[in-house]
Design a binder for this molecule. Structure first.
Ligand code: CP
Ligand code: NVA
Length: 310
C-alpha cells in the first residue's frame, strides 16, 4: 500500500521506484480521462499557492489549469507581490499559508528555500524548479519516454550540456527507473558531485548505469533518448558569452544524433535556443517529442497533486 498523502516533492530521491511508477501510471490514466472528456474533480474547494521567484510559461500554466481541471483553485504568487520579496521569513510564510491552502508549489533559486518551506509548512510543498532540481519536469519526461517507448528500464538517456538542475533530476529520476543515464558536460560544468554519487547508489539498487564524460559522442552512442537544456539557466544570464564558448562542441545536432539509435527521442524541457544547445533540424525534426513532453507537465502534475493533496 503506497501512501503519498501529505508528503512533499522536493526531489525524486524521496520516492521509491514503485512510487514513481505509480505516479507515471496515474498521469497516463488522468491524461486518458481528459482526452475522453471524463470530468474528474476531486479537488472541489481545494486551493494551491504557486510561488514564483523566476519566470515560467509551462510550470505556471500547467499548474493553474491542472488545478482548475481538478475542480480546485490556484493562486499565482509572484515573489515581488508577496511579503517574501520584502524579507518576510520563509518560516512565517510557510505557517501562514498552511492555514489557508492545501498545497504550495515554489519556483526559487536556492534549493534551501524549498527545504525550509517544506520544513515549516504543514501542507505538501512541491518543487517547481530550484537551482538544484526540477522533479516535476522529470516526471513529465519519464511519462513521455514511457508512452513512446513502452518501458523505461534498460533504456539509455544521454544528457548533453550544462550539469544543471535538469541534469541533476534526470540522473536521479533515470537511476530510480533503471535507465542508463550518460551526462556529458564540459570541464567545470559537470553535474553536482553529491548528486552523481547519490544517483550511482540508486543505480546499484535498480540495475541502472551512470556515466559522466566530457565526450558527447560517448554519451550519445546508442542512446534511446537525447536530452539537452539551455547553456545559461535562469540566474546565469551574465555568463552567456563565456558559456557559449565553453559549450560550443556540445550542441545536439544531426552529426551527434547519428551515433544514437535511429529511433532515438529528442527531449528538451524548454524554453530552447535553436542554434545554441540544439540545432533546428534536431529540435524540429521527426525524433523530437518536445510538445508531448510539455503537454505531459499538465498530466504528471495533476497526478502528483492528487497523490499528495488528495
Ligand atoms: N520547463 C519549464 O519548467 O518551463 P517554464 O520555465 O516555462 O515553466
Ligand atoms: N535549467 C533551466 C530550466 C528551465 C525550465 C533553468 O534553470 O533556467
Amino acid at each position: 500500500e503506497l501512501t503519498f498523502k501529505g508528503r512533499d516533492m522536493i526531489e525524486l530521491d524521496d520516492y521509491t521506484t514503485e512510487e514513481i511508477q505509480y505516479l507515471l501510471d496515474s498521469a497516463i490514466e488522468i491524461k486518458r480521462k481528459q482526452k475522453n472528456g471524463v470530468v474528474y474533480q476531486p479537488f472541489k474547494g481545494k486551493t494551491i499557492g504557486l510561488i514564483f521567484e523566476k519566470s515560467s510559461t509551462r510550470t505556471r500554466v500547467s499548474f493553474e489549469t491542472g488545478m482548475f481541471q481538478l475542480g480546485g483553485h490556484a493562486l499565482f504568487l509572484s515573489k515581488n507581490d508577496i511579503q517574501l520579496g520584502r524579507g518576510e521569513p520563509i518560516s512565517d510564510m510557510a505557517q501562514v499559508l498552511s492555514r489557508y491552502l492545501d498545497g504550495i508549489m515554489i519556483r526559487t533559486f536556492g534549493h534551501d528555500n524549498v527545504i525550509n518551506l517544506a520544513r515549516y509548512a504543514s501542507i505538501p510543498v512541491i518543487n517547481g524548479l530550484s537551482d538544484m532540481a526540477h522533479p516535476c519536469q522529470v516526471l513529465a519526461d519519464l511519462q513521455t519516454i514511457l508512452e513512446h517507448k513502452g518501458t523505461l528500464k534498460g533504456l539509455k538517456m544521454a544528457f548533453i550540456g550544462d550539469g544543471n538542475n535538469m541534469a541533476n533530476s534526470l540522473l536521479i529520476g533515470g537511476a530510480k527507473m533503471g535507465m542508463h543515464v550518460a551526462v556529458s558536460s564540459p570541464d567545470g560544468y559537470e553535474p553536482d558531485e553529491r548528486i552523481v554519487q547519490l544517483s550511482r547508489e540508486i543505480a546499484n539498487e535498480t540495475g541502472a548505469e551512470i556515466t559522466v564524460t566530457q565526450n558527447p559522442l560517448e554519451a550519445a552512442k546508442d542512446a534511446d533518448v537525447i536530452y539537452t537544456d539551455v547553456w545559461a539557466s535562469m540566474g546565469f544570464e551574465e555568463e552567456q558569452k563565456q558559456r557559449e564558448a565553453a559549450f560550443a562542441s556540445y550542441q545536439v545536432n544531426e552529426e551527434l544524433a547519428k551515433v544514437a539509435k535511429p529511433d532515438y527521442l529528442f527531449l528538451h524541457c524548454l524554453p530552447a535556443h535553436r542554434g545554441e544547445e540544439v540545432s533546428e533540424g534536431v529540435i524540429d525534426g521527426a525524433n523530437s517529442v518536445i510538445f508531448d513532453q510539455a503537454e505531459n507537465r499538465l498530466h504528471a502534475q495533476k497526478a502528483l497533486m492528487v497523490a499528495l493533496m488528495g
